[in-house]
Ligand binder design. Structure first.
Ligand code: FAD
Length: 553
C-alpha cells in the first residue's frame, strides 16, 4: 500500500493535499473520472475539522437568515444524494424547534423559514415540516421550558453519526478507482518552476523518510487542507528559495465546541434545535451513540490547530443553555462524558460576527497570484463535500484543457452502501449467529455497512477474532485487525476514534487499551514498544482534545 519507490516513479495528474472530507471527495471524483490521482494527508484521514462537527447533513436553516439561498439549495440537494448513496452512514433526522415569545425568532419567522426550506428541497424524499401550536407542542415535549412558549416546529435533515467513516469510505472508493491515498505523509515543500508547481516534497511521518511526488506535464495541485490552507500556501519554493504562494490570508477559522452527556432527566427523544437564552445563538441537542451531543459554540480562533479543546467557559455555556431549555436536566460539569472541539475552515472575514460569516465554499484559482496549476478550497461543509469534489474536478479538467468525463458521484453508492432491509443482513445473522450475538452483528452493519461482511469473514478465518473486546460492548477483536489491515489505521487513535466508536465508551476507552494492544501484538505484528508508544499517544490525544481540563487536575 505504501510503495514509495513506485509512487515516486509515477507522474500524477492530480495531487491533493489534505485528506479531510473535502480532499477525500475530490480524490474519489478525480479517480473515478480517470485522472491519475494521489491524496496526501499529514495525520489520519478525517482527523482535522471533519472529525469535530455536529455531524448533521443539513441544508442550513440558519443560512436563510443571511439570504444564502444558493447554499441552502446546494446543501439540500447534497443531503438527498447522501441519503441515497450512503444510507448506512447518513440517516434522516427529525429536528424540533421550540419557539418562545422572548427570543429573537418569532413563530411567524420560523414558519416562513420552514416554508422556504421546503421549497428549496422540493425534490426531497424526507417529510415536509409541520408547525406545532403551543398545546400540541407541550403534549409532545413535556420537559421543555414552558415560560413564554408560543409553539414549535418540526422538520427533517440528515445525521452522519460516524462522519469519520464517511470520509474513509470516500478514500476507499478513491483507492478502488485507482487513486493512491496516503495518511501520515506531510507535504513539507511545494516546488515551482516558472508559474507551475512541478513536484511536492513530503515526509513519511511513520518512518521519517523524505519522498518527492511529481506531477504530469499538465498536472494540477489541490489544496484541501481545511484550516491549514494558508500554511500549505506558504510551503512554496522556487529555485531553492522560499516562495510563498499569494500573500493574502484566505482562511478565517472559528472554533466550535461540543459536550457529550449521557441520558438525563427530561432528555428529548429526538433532536432539539434551540435558541440560546443568553445570546440568541442557535445550538443543537442531538441524540448520538446512545448519548447526547450538545453544541456548538462559535468563536474566532487563531491559536494552535493541532490540539483544540473546549474551555470551561464554553462547557458552562452549553450546560447552562441546556438547563435553561430543559429545567429538569440540571446538568453539571460532572455529567459530561467528554467534549470535543474543532475549527471551521471559513473564508477570512475580519471583523464579521462568527455566525454571519458565509458557510459557502470558494474554489480559489491561484492563477490570480501567478501560479497556474494550483487551486485552494476555502471553506466547505461536510454536507457539500461531494459537490465540492465535482466542481473541483471540473475545474481541473478545464485547466488541463482536457474534455471532462462525466461525474458519477451523485448516484454511485459508497462502498458500504446497504439498506436495513437487505437480505445479506439476515443471512449473516443466520450464518454467524452461533458465534456472535445479533447485537454484535447489527452493530457491525451499523458501523461498516455492507463491509461488515468482510469483518465477519475474518472471524470465520480465525474464530478467536469473534471474541468481544469487553462484556459490555458489542465490539469484537476482528474490528481491530480489520482497521489495520483494510482501513489504513496506524495508531490506537485511528482505531478507537475514527474507525470504531471505542473511544466514546466508558472511561474514554482507556480500559480497553490492554485488550487492544494484546490483539495488535498477536494478530497485526505490533511490538511491545509500538504498543506502549501508541498507548501514550492515545492518552495524550484524549487529554488534549476530549477530557475537560477540570477533570485532569
Ligand atoms: C464545531 C463544528 C461543527 C460543524 N458542524 C457541521 C455540520 O453539522 N454539518 C456540516 O456539514 N459541516 C459542519 N462543520 C463543518 C465541517 O466539519 C468542515 O467544514 C469540514 O469537515 C472541512 O473539511 P476539510 O476536508 O475541508 O478540512 P479538514 O477536515 O480539516 O481536513 C484538512 C486536512 O488537511 C490536512 N493537512 C493540513 N496540512 C497538511 C499538509 N501540509 N500535508 C498534508 N495534509 C495536510 C489536515 O491534517 C487535515 O486532515 C462543522 C465544523 C465544526 C468545527
Amino acid at each position: 500500500m505504501r510503495d514509495f519507490a513506485q509512487i515516486q516513479q509515477t507522474d500524477y495528474d492530480v495531487i491533493i493535499i489534505g485528506g479531510g472530507i473535502n480532499g477525500a471527495g475530490v480524490a474519489r471524483d478525480a479517480a473515478l473520472r480517470g485522472l491519475r490521482t494521489i491524496l496526501i494527508e499529514k495525520t489520519d484521514f478525517a482527523s482535522g475539522s471533519s472529525s469535530w462537527s455536529t455531524r448533521l447533513i443539513h441544508g442550513g436553516l440558519r443560512y436563510l437568515e443571511y439570504f444564502e439561498f444558493p447554499l441552502v439549495r446546494e446543501s439540500l440537494k447534497e443531503r438527498e444524494v447522501l441519503l441515497h448513496t450512503a444510507p448506512h452512514l447518513v440517516n434522516p433526522l427529525q429536528l424540533t424547534i421550540p419557539i418562545y415569545r422572548d427570543r429573537s425568532r418569532p413563530y411567524w419567522k420560523i414558519w416562513v423559514g420552514m416554508i422556504l426550506y421546503d421549497i428549496f428541497s422540493f425534490d426531497k424524499t424526507l417529510p415536509v415540516h409541520r408547525m406545532l401550536p403551543k398545546a400540541k407542542f407541550q403534549q409532545l415535549f413535556r420537559s421543555l421550558d414552558g415560560e413564554n412558549l408560543t409553539g414549535g416546529s418540526q422538520y427533517y435533515d440528515g445525521q452522519v453519526t460516524l462522519a469519520e467513516r464517511l470520509c474513509l469510505e470516500n478514500i476507499i472508493s478513491a483507492q478502488n478507482a485507482g487513486a493512491t491515498v496516503l495518511n501520515y505523509v506531510e507535504v513539507t515543500e511545494i516546488l515551482l518552476k516558472g508559474s507551475r508547481i512541478t513536484d511536492v516534497v513530503c515526509k513519511d511521518k511513520l518512518t521519517g523518510e523524505s519522498i518527492t511526488i511529481s506531477g504530469s506535464a499538465d498536472a494540477v495541485v489541490i489544496n484541501t487542507a481545511g484550516p491549514w490552507i494558508d500554511y500549505v500556501c506558504k510551503l512554496g519554493s522556487k529555485a531553492g528559495k522560499d516562495f510563498p504562494i499569494g500573500n493574502k490570508q484566505k482562511n478565517g477559522s472559528t472554533k466550535g465546541s461540543h459536550i457529550v452527556v449521557g441520558n438525563f432527566p427530561g432528555a428529548p427523544g429526538s433532536t432539539l434545535y434551540v435558541e440560546a437564552k443568553s445570546d440568541g445563538r442557535p445550538f443543537f441537542i442531538v441524540p448520538w451513540l446512545g448519548m447526547y451531543l450538545i453544541g456548538t459554540t462559535d468563536i474566532p480562533y487563531k491559536d494552535d490547530l493541532e490540539n483544540i479543546k473546549a474551555n470551561n467557559e464554553e462547557i458552562d455555556y452549553l450546560l447552562r443553555e441546556t438547563n435553561n431549555i430543559i429545567p429538569t436536566a440540571n446538568l453539571e460539569r460532572d455529567d459530561i462524558k467528554f467534549t470535543y472541539s474543532g475549527v471551521r475552515p471559513l473564508p477570512n472575514s475580519e471583523g464579521k460576527k462568527p455566525g454571519s460569516i458565509t458557510r459557502k465554499h470558494i474554489i480559489f484559482d491561484h492563477r490570480k497570484e501567478g501560479v497556474d496549476n494550483f487551486f485552494t478550497l476555502i471553506g466547505g461543509k461536510l454536507t457539500t463535500y461531494r459537490n465540492v469534489g465535482e466542481e473541483m474536478v471540473d475545474a481541473i479538467f478545464k485547466r488541463m484543457k482536457r474534455s471532462p468525463k462525466p461525474c458519477r458521484t451523485d448516484s454511485l453508492p459508497l462502498p458500504g452502501c446497504i439498506l436495513p432491509s437487505d437480505a445479506r443482513i439476515q443471512k449473516a445473522i443466520t450464518e454467524y449467529g452461533s458465534t456472535l450475538s445479533t447485537n454484535t452483528i447489527d452493530h457491525l452493519f451499523t458501523i461498516y455497512g455492507a463491509k461488515a461482511l468482510e469483518v465477519l469473514t475474518l472471524t470465520k478465518e480465525n474464530p478467536e477474532l469473534s471474541e468481544p473486546l469487553s462484556p459490555d460492548l458489542p465490539d469484537i477483536k476482528a474490528q481491530i485487525v480489520y482497521a489495520v489491515e483494510s482501513e489504513f489505521a496506524h495508531t490506537l487513535v485511528d482505531i478507537m476514534r475514527r474507525r470504531t466508536t471505542l473511544a466514546m465508551n466508558g472511561h474514554y476507552g482507556m480500559d480497553l487499551l490492554p485488550i487492544l494492544t494484546e490483539t495488535l501484538q498477536k494478530h497485526c505484528g505490533w511490538t511491545q514498544e509500538k504498543c506502549d508508544r501508541a498507548c501514550a499517544e492515545y492518552r495524550f490525544y484524549m487529554e488534549h482534545n476530549c477530557i475537560p481540563d477540570y477533570q485532569l487536575t
